[in-house]
Ligand binder design. Sequence first.
Ligand SMILES: Cc1cc2nc3c(=O)[nH]c(=O)nc-3n(C[C@H](O)[C@H](O)[C@H](O)COP(=O)(O)OP(=O)(O)OC[C@H]3O[C@@H](n4cnc5c(N)ncnc54)[C@H](O)[C@@H]3O)c2cc1C
Length: 1007
Amino acid sequence: MQTAPTPHPSAAIDWDALDALKYQDEDTAVAALLADLPFDPAARASVNAEARALVERARALKRRKGVMESFLEEFGLSNAEGLALMCLAEALLRVPDAETADKLIAEKISTGQWAAHLGKSDHWLVNAGTFGLMLTGRVVNLPDELKGEASEVVGKLVKRMGEPVVRAGAMQAMRILGEQFVLGRTIDEGLKRGAGMVRQGLATRYSFDMLGEGARTNEDAERYLASYANAIDTVGADAGGLGPHASNGVSVKLSALHPRYEARQEDRVMRELYPRMLQLAEAAKKWNIGLAIDAEEADRLVLSLKLFERLALEPSLKGWEGLGIVIQAYQKRTRALIERLVSLSRRRGAPIQTRLVKGAYWDGEVKRAQIMGRTDFPVWTTKAATDVHYMACARDLFRAGDAIFPQFATHNAHTVAAVRRMAASAGRDQFEFQRLHGMGEALYLAVDPPPQVRVYAPVGGHEDLLPYLVRRLLENGANTSFVHSFLDDDVSPEIVAADPIAKLEANPHRHRRLPPPSQLYGASRRNSTGRDVSIKEDREALVRARATLNDPTPTASAADAIATAQSAFKEWNAKGGAARGAILRAMGDKLQAYHDPLVALIAREAGRNLQDSIDEVREAIDFCRYYAAEAERLFSGARALPSPAGETDHLEMHGRGVFVCISPWNFPLAIFTGQLAAALAAGNTVVAKPAEQTPRIAELAVKLFQEAGLPKDVLQLVQGDGKVGGELVGDPRIAGVAFTGSTEVARLINRTLAAKDGPIVPLIAETGGLNGLFVDTTALKEQVVDDVIISSFNSAGQRCSSLRLLFLPHDTADETIKTLMGAMDTLVMGDPAEPVTDIGPIIDAEAKANLEKHMARMAKEARVLKQIDVSHLGGNFFGPALIELNSLDQLDKEVFGPILHVVRYDPSDIASIGAQLAAKGYGLTLGVHSRLESFAEAVIDAVPAGNVYINRTIVGAVVGVQPFGGSGLSGTGPKAGGPNYLPRFGEERAVSNNIAAQGGDPQLLNL
Ligand SMILES: Cc1cc2nc3c(=O)[nH]c(=O)nc-3n(C[C@H](O)[C@H](O)[C@H](O)COP(=O)(O)OP(=O)(O)OC[C@H]3O[C@@H](n4cnc5c(N)ncnc54)[C@H](O)[C@@H]3O)c2cc1C
């Protein structure tokens, strides 16, 4: 029975303070680690010797390798076959149709030299797997040039058997492989098999994890809740009342229990997730077994701790010693976490089971910090730092005495030796080791006397388990991983069990190939930094910055602005790229310094949510720095060209004159600043006309340009509507136009320019798109749904890159649509300046009316699958909608808002469907979700697009990384934020000098 949760107590422990340490300087933290080592020299030497001995003893064991170790030894990540297998294992079992399964098998198998692995492993399963895959390589419709490694005999045999048999064989091989890492498909199966392992002395007890991707919908979360509850009851009934330390337990991932387990959604997590967790904890307490909360991404740490504190102090859980938490040594702030955990335990009056791991998401943390422009990584960048920190954390856990029941999860001999030594010195025997099922068997068999080892055992169906398995393999197959070389006789025990302290002492610095995110782009430009909305203090700073909208200052007339800009041109152009670049860099720094007020103003004036606004400020900064570097590269003096003797030839680039820049409201800062920065970098003076909906952001940006040192006359702001734009474009004095907006207005501008006498001026236009994303049956549903939600509904669908058309294969469309609709239900609509908000309003009433008109037509002609009800919000809010089209003919034009159209199709018809989409004439963004490279190629071949995104969202192009812009009805090119952009704003001059005119070429004569 579930008791009512207590009201959320005011947090007695300041968990948010841990965020102040999240991005701490690594070198300083390493110095602190080294200054307070857990061992004196003698203890250190004995740990090192014991670690080596463990390796030697494990290698000498008869039954020494699990299938995981054998698999890694034979394949690993360093060869094409290993990677092909991972890709196959990750995707094959979810593919429902034979044709795609065959293609996937053929494509992955063709990348390897399978025969080279045949019979090489000392594990029969690995050999059987290799054999099966080699057969597959012979028969599944492989192109001729890819065939030819299996023997003739095998080939003939397989030809007799036929393709379906081979496909079934490959599927079976994947299942068998997967089963080695998963204890059972159900918890009963897991318990039964686990008991057998205990009898064989391979484990003391288990912690079961119910496998699966995180919840995307409330329905998913309810399903996982039921599955965890069932696991707890089954494990509990089997436990015999031995208590949490002596019996099997269960591990829980909070991301499985709520679709929005995010720091931004703290209130909701406490309201909706917490009762679920409490229900599970109360059930575990009833059986008196252990229940551990797994550690996930660093951005979720503080939220998970707040939830954990509430559980720990829950009266209904008082006295229960099975409440457990996982902490990660790869995070730099974990010792401060332990300190707080100990004080929580003391308040609680019962020990907390604390599992110390190194951490499973290291590469993900690094990537995320780089993408989000964090001040640094939340994790150490060297393996040695993680290892030494693990020891320091282990010492802290032992020092906590009976406040903590420590659990050390590792497969590393040195780590095991170090922990054992610390336990001995502290006189502690109340602790346990933990390992993952399928790994580390030999290591723990080699420990004498046999320690208490709890095995973490995944339980679940084959389709769910394989993506998980692949993650485990990737994590443990990396060269830095201990498991990778533990049992490899070619690597000496001294190297395998090398002392991490010595490594860290030898190099007490961050990894030299992993500079902080700010240095991602090397010396040429600094990466922008954005606030981290998973941190409370950052969220509060943005809320504090909340903007008010004052009336914008009136600006000069179009004609006057052009005259002023024209008068300033010569001097500005003469400055050269380097001097102009310096001002742009200063502007980048100004924008960075104004991060918070800009974010607040964008949220208020343009209705963008906080994360979109942060990303936008960062993009504006990146534009300034990127074009500064480009100005230095392209506009700093003459470039020498190959010349005949007696002559010098040079090419120089200059500004053209006055550029008119007309920008839209949907990226009121980034596109506005980007156009200006490019035009200015190339030596032009600028008359800028921002969208009439967002005049204040433009005004502030211009003010910042001036503060950054831009001479006032060089940049003229003209506020106004389309009429003012028309006056600017029609003026005979202008030398170029940069425009971002609708295709219709771009046409109008083009005609106006063409109708003028005088020089023909260039138009750089970036317009809309009818952007499609093609999914096939190899794609992972959860990844598709995540990326589709962001691509279609972020920024209320008001991006030219937004997803408009989702193409789903018949075989999996129903399931994907169902999850998509469930995920739509979890979106938060509301005030964009509030951190919880996912989607703000539509820009104005006119735009909203257009969307409503489209919905009315679709309701008649197509099928509206879902629209979120936003009637309670009023104003310009518009509920995100999902529409199923009967045919592609029903949509010809971009509809600028949160409306996603779905089309069911057969991926083998991609050429004809792609041609239909291409015939609409657009070419901006295009997405593919597939594990088949050949499918991605076919999509790219069929549909023209300026920006193609594979297995990710189709929005969020990064300056200098994904240069942005389309073709056809989507724009003229060149791409913003790319290497070919600035030249289009400039003019070239070739200077040829006959230096022999004076009578000879001195250089030639002095040869
Ligand atoms: C019982 C059990 C439960 C687990 N539960 C969780 C959990 O809830 N959450 C979770 O995140 N993980 C969990 N893990 C996974 C665990 O994090 C990995 O198994 C562990 O990191 C591997 O460490 P090792 O000591 O076995 O191997 P080692 O090979 O010694 O260490 C590998 C680890 O070192 C770290 N590392 C690698 N390269 C670098 C680098 N360049 N810089 C810094 N660090 C680096 C990474 O964490 C990597 O996983 C669990 C593991 C076990 C055994």
